[in-house]
Design a protein around this ligand. Structure first.
Ligand code: NAP
Length: 257
């Protein structure tokens, strides 16, 4: 389903959002919709996806279309991506927000749980990015914006399975940027610290630790417009993780983080 917005935006961006029901993605979608961009939204929960799309139309998106898909199913990616880009009439920005925190205690006992976390957070994005990188590099344009995490900066006992999947994704994205930036494609490694979304509910973090999702989205939309290579959001997490990485391993291994 699509809508046409009579409000003038002479150059609406054509944006593909993968994992569009994510709290961080939804907040970005609200901003993109309000400025009249065109959106193709992919998510696995049909009701929530429909609600996000309806909200984007109400806010003024130039065009909104959706596909319900479980992005763990990598075999469907080429057809899904081609369909989305065809519907948008091209691609300016692909925004990868899918991710699962998983259950660290379960993953310590069950390889199946660890493999699921790694598949959703690393293998599925690699499949999406492989197709998207070749599409954008051939056309010498586009931005690939990928949500990894500060959790990937150093392994900690509380979430090293999730953290390692995000570390792997960060390195993949960094390498992809080294490959195709020279082709005219901006590739962005986005590293949020803790943000108040469904993912951090129930983690027992103090409210003061959690960034506001709308503030984070404002930072990200601006950074995506600029095509900044690596974005820590909020910015203080670059300093915090810089310090955490400096702690000698002989001390770090005894800490409860
Ligand atoms: N919130 C934070 O503190 C934080 C910090 C650092 C990094 N990040 C990263 O930022 C991204 C967005 O996170 P968020 O905070 O917005 O969390 P969120 O609200 O839990 O969003 C995660 C999204 O990924 C979707 N998803 C998971 N597996 C999927 C699959 N197989 N197919 C399609 N969609 C799938 C989820 O869909 P369902 O709703 O259907 O489950 C959900 O919409 C994630 O990659 C996350 O790892 C978040």
């Amino acid at each position: 389903m699509s809508t046409t917005n009579p409000i003038v935006n002479p150059n609406p961006k054509r944006i593909l959002v993968l994992g569009a029901t994510s709290g961080i993605a939804e907040a970005c979608i609200r901003i993109w919709a309000a400025r009249g961009d065109s959106l193709f939204l992919v998510g696995r929960n049909p009701d929530r996806l429909a609600a996000v799309a309806a909200d984007a139309r109400t806010r003024g998106a130039a065009f909104v279309d959706t596909t319900v898909a479980n992005l763990d199913d990598t075999a469907t990616h080429p057809e899904l991506l081609a369909h989305a880009i065809n519907a948008l009439g091209g691609l300016d920005i692909a925004y990868l927000a899918l991710g699962v925190l998983g259950e660290q205690p379960k993953a310590e006992k069950s390889f199946a749980e660890a493999a699921q976390i790694i598949h959703t957070n690393y293998t599925a994005p690699v499949s999406l990015l492989t197709w998207l990188a070749n599409y954008t590099a051939q056309r010498h344009s586009g931005t690939l914006a990928v949500l990894t995490s500060v959790a990937g900066e150093r392994g900690r006992k509380s979430n090293y399975v999730y953290g390692s999947s995000k570390a792997a994704l960060s390195v993949f994205v960094d390498g992809l940027r080294n490959r195709i930036d020279r082709e005219g494609v901006r590739v962005m490694t986005i590293k949020p610290g803790p943000v108040k979304t469904a993912m951090t509910e129930g983690m027992g973090l103090k409210a003061s630790m959690l960034a506001d999702v709308d503030v984070v989205a404002q930072t990200l939309v601006k950074a995506i417009d600029k095509g900044t290579d690596i974005v820590y959001v909020p910015w203080k997490w670059e300093i915090i993780m810089g310090i955490i990485k400096l702690i000698p391993e002989r001390l770090f291994k005894k800490m409860n983080l």
